[in-house]
Design a protein around this ligand. Structure first.
Ligand code: HEM
Length: 262
């Protein structure tokens, strides 16, 4: 028997016949989010998701490198400050002082603009595609990290603004001490318990964001097609989240527990 053609509405096939009807039987239709191949809107969604995945990987690269630098705090005052200084002189004399640092900063700002714009675009699109709210929301199959992507992302943005004021753009010493010595500023900052708490909470938000973000990016890149690939993608999400959040958290914890001192 010929299978009836799926019913299509707009650019997404919202209603699709899933089974050929038995003679005299009922045709069942279910809502799906299946994308229609080649549709213009589908292509733009894929392009935006790709942009999100690529900019996300740029951030993962950055946070891993930055974490490595922060862990130098365990090697002591001179080692940490030498590293901070080296960031400014790397690439000389081909590049001017702080030249590579500025290239990195511009790359990061560009990635941030792409990542946030893509998130807003996808969110607005999801809002406009669904004019009537679902009556029942099933949460059984979604993880906490997947449900908190927007709020988690916003929390990380707010943290980043505070973090840059604290250590980079303005340099605020919450303990009231000097700000011209990166290592001492770091120790002074985390000696204030509520500053450490803010950082640890932000690292929790970062872990959840990276956990789901890594999975999502691998899915966009088509790397979750089989059960074993899905399990690998999930493991990758866990590893990135635990390594990054755990590694960063070691520094405030190290100061709080007196391992990193002035
Ligand atoms: C416990 C966690 C963290 C610590 C202790 C820390 C520490 C620092 C320090 C000491 C600096 C100043 C470096 C310098 O001037 O040489 C800095 C800069 C910076 N951090 Fe962090 N950081 C942490 C987490 C993060 C996270 C999670 C992000 C991103 C999501 C981040 C993004 C940045 C950026 C963009 C800069 C500015 C670099 C520049 O000067 O252009 N940091 N951080």
């Amino acid at each position: 028997m010929r299978r009836p053609a799926p019913a299509r509405t707009g650019h997404l096939s919202h209603a699709r016949v899933i089974r050929a009807p038995p003679p005299g039987g009922t045709v069942w239709t279910v809502a799906t989010t299946t994308l229609v191949k080649g549709a213009r809107a589908t292509r733009s969604t894929i392009a935006i998701k790709l942009a999100m995945a690529v900019s996300g990987f740029v951030f993962i690269g950055f946070v891993l490198a930055h974490m490595y630098g922060n862990l130098k705090a365990f090697a002591g005052h001179d080692s940490f400050n030498e590293y901070a200084e080296h960031l400014r002189t790397i690439g000389e004399p081909i590049l001017p002082e702080s030249g590579l640092l500025w290239i990195l900063r511009l790359g990061l700002v560009a990635s941030l603009v792409v990542h946030v714009s893509a998130a807003v675009w996808l969110w607005r699109r999801a809002q406009s595609a669904r004019t009537v709210k679902y009556e029942v929301t099933k949460r059984r199959h979604s993880s906490l990290s997947s449900r908190t992507m927007r709020w988690g992302g916003l929390t990380i943005l707010v943290f980043l603004v505070w973090h840059l004021l604290n250590f980079s753009i303005v340099k605020v010493n919450p303990a009231g001490g000097a700000t011209n010595d990166p290592y001492n500023l770091l120790v002074d900052t985390f000696d204030v318990w509520w500053m450490s708490l803010i950082y640890l909470i932000a690292m929790g938000a970062l872990a959840m964001h990276l956990h789901h973000g890594t999975w999502s990016a691998l899915q966009t890149l088509g790397l979750t097609g089989t059960a074993s690939a899905r399990s690998r993608a999930k493991t990758a999400g866990w590893i990135v989240a635990v390594v990054v959040a755990g590694g960063y958290s070691l520094v405030p914890l190290g100061v709080l527990f007196g391992v990193i001192t002035k």
